[in-house]
Design a protein around this ligand. Structure first.
Ligand code: GRF
Length: 186
């Protein structure tokens, strides 16, 4: 399974995926490229350190469809079979979704369908839910939407802050993404 990962920032989920694939935790898989829409994404250096090819496809004020067409071509050039969104901060165009049917997955830091969109951890915190978590799901044309592959729950503890809660969710995200890839690789 040839995997391509899209990032926009820190890249901790990308690192979890690359390291798990490298250590054989995800059978018969290889991360062939990491693509960022931001030239200054911290994750780019982390991918390079791990010997993974990186590509920057900046938005440059272009329309989404045009920007996506370039990313699709970079992925297709490398025969990518599964696209993992890992903190990629742009909604995909319908053309992108249709170019990889049922082959694009995303991770989101809440138990979808609750709290889609930005700052999901803070949304859950402010709503005073007792349990939140993270979701790995197939990507469709809507934001943080599409069939769920798996979820992990994280309790909101009495003395939690948004930061402490977010940190525990992030820890679970890394394991959840790798578990989801194991399921798909099978
Ligand atoms: C994660 O919380 C992920 O769920 C969300 O964006 C964040 C990306 O973090 N989609 P990182 O770049 O993987 O560290």
């Amino acid at each position: 399974m040839k995997i391509g990962i899209l990032i926009s920032g820190r890249g901790s989920n990308m690192v979890a995926i690359v390291d798990a694939v490298r250590s054989g935790d995800v059978p018969s898989s290889e991360v062939v490229v990491v693509i960022s829409d931001k030239a200054d994404a911290a994750g780019l250096a982390k991918a390079r350190e791990r010997g993974v090819e990186t590509v920057v496809v900046e938005r440059n004020g272009r329309k989404r469809a045009e920007h996506d067409a370039e990313i699709i071509s970079e992925l297709k050039k490398r025969d990518v079979e599964l696209v993992c969104l890992a903190g990629y901060m742009r909604l995909l165009s319908p053309d992108f979704v249709q170019a990889f049917p049922n082959k694009i997955i995303n991770i989101h830091p809440s138990l979808l369908p609750a709290f889609p969109g930005l700052n999901a951890q803070k949304q859950a915190f402010d709503a005073r839910v007792k349990v939140t978590g993270c979701t790995v799901h197939y990507v469709d044309e809507l934001l943080d939407h599409g069939p769920v592959i798996l979820q992990r729950e994280v309790p909101r503890l009495p003395d939690d802050t948004v930061e402490s809660l977010s940190a525990r969710i992030l820890e679970q995200e890394h394991g959840a993404y790798v578990d989801a890839l194991r399921i798909l690789a099978r």
